[in-house]
Design a binder for this molecule. Structure first.
Ligand code: IMP
Ligand code: MG
Length: 339
């Protein structure tokens, strides 16, 4: 019953989408479940094309993988249906009837509120206000929308059955631990729990079913919106280091800081990480670009990885070396970890 949960360890944008897509292909996973909402943008570069996903699991790159959206997710039906059609995944996607719905009024409220849009710096997608309505027990759910009817399925039942049959399942989290409503830098957080426990709860599987928890860190830290960022660099310094990025959903320039081991330790603890993935190592060490063998990494890059590994006490199994889904050093075999 191999169940893998992939979550972010910093403030989102660590490259969970790329890692999930790689695993979907490499391990030929049977099923992938997305949680969270449209505030998250997962970028996947596959076959020379760049996909910016909002709700469909990044595992769509494997045409055999069943794609599901768990009951804890919060969906914008228009964005979801467009994405389903443009990716041509109509025949293999399922949506839980209990997913909550973002309506136009939620988007207006998110953008109009100075507290949300200016102070917190939300993505303006209506996610927080929609979840407020869910908590007040007056939200619309996926089962209430005729246009979603063709996709409706019992997601927890599908996942648990697949696991009973020994199939491989991935749950894709969104954002990162420090944007969690519970464990993050409150009030500068998103409107839900982004930890591994939180995403399992959103998908509908209990903690005893999980085999692997992969916490994804980027080789440096980025943050969009308000809130503290330890060691934050000036824009000039970030530019000099080549660490400037733009947010997938909002286009905002991301704030940056060097890798933070204190935060990483906490993310490992709260998520009960069994493995760590480190992405964008090629941004720190350009001569690591596109490498797929650990032994070929420049020695400074290896030292960076091994120091982190020692300090976290968890194996770094996957290392991102470029944009393409296949630009990954996979050490699982060498470390005797089966998918
Ligand atoms: P909201 O999730 O749109 O309510 O925004 C709350 C905070 O979380 C803001 O600081 C956003 O920039 C941040 N945030 C939400 N989703 C993401 C994401 O996918 N990546 C990075 N930051 C995010
Ligand atoms: Mg993102």
């Amino acid at each position: 019953m191999p169940l893998t949960v992939v979550v972010g360890g910093f403030f989102g944008d660590e490259g969970k989408g790329k890692i999930s897509a790689y695993l979907a292909l490499k391990d030929d996973v049977d099923m992938a479940v997305r949680t969270g909402s449209v505030n998250a943008g997962h970028t996947v570069v596959f076959n020379g094309k760049r996909y910016k996903l909002r709700l469909v699991p990044s595992a769509f790159v494997n045409e055999r993988t069943r794609l599901l959206i768990g009951p804890g997710a919060n969906i914008n039906p228009e964005i979801l249906i467009n994405e389903i059609k443009s990716l041509n995944v109509e025949n293999r996607i399922g949506i839980d009837p209990l997913c909550s719905i973002i309506e136009e009024k939620h988007i207006i409220e998110d953008r109009k509120s100075a507290f949300l849009s200016k102070k917190i710096g939300t993505t303006g997608q209506g996610v927080g206000p929609a979840i407020e309505d869910r908590v007040r027990r007056r939200a619309k759910l996926a089962k209430d929308l005729p246009e979603l009817r063709p996709y409706i399925t019992d997601v927890p039942l599908e996942i648990n059955r697949a696991l009973d049959e020994g199939k491989k399942v991935i749950i894709e989290g969104t954002q990162g631990l420090f944007l969690s409503l519970y464990y993050g830098t409150y009030p500068y957080v998103t409107s839900r729990d982004t930890s591994a426990s939180g995403v399992c709860s959103e998908a509908g599987v209990g903690p005893k079913r999980v085999d692997h928890v992969i916490v994804v860190f980027k080789a440096y830290v980025t943050r969009v919106g308000g809130g503290p960022l330890t060691g934050e660099l000036s824009m000039e310094e970030a530019m000099r280091r080549g660490w400037i990025e733009r947010a997938t959903v909002t286009g905002r320039v991301r704030r940056v800081a060097p890798f933070n081991i204190t935060m990483a330790r906490r993310a490992v603890m709260i998520n009960s990480a069994t493995q760590v993935a480190i992405t964008k190592i090629d941004v720190l060490y350009p001569n690591a670009k596109g490498l797929r063998e650990y032994d070929e990494l420049p020695k400074e890059a290896k030292a960076f990885i091994e120091t982190i590994e020692k300090q976290l006490g968890v194996p770094v199994t996957l290392i991102g070396t470029g944009e393409d889904v296949h630009d990954v050093i996979d050490r699982r075999e060498e470390l005797n970890i089966s998918p």
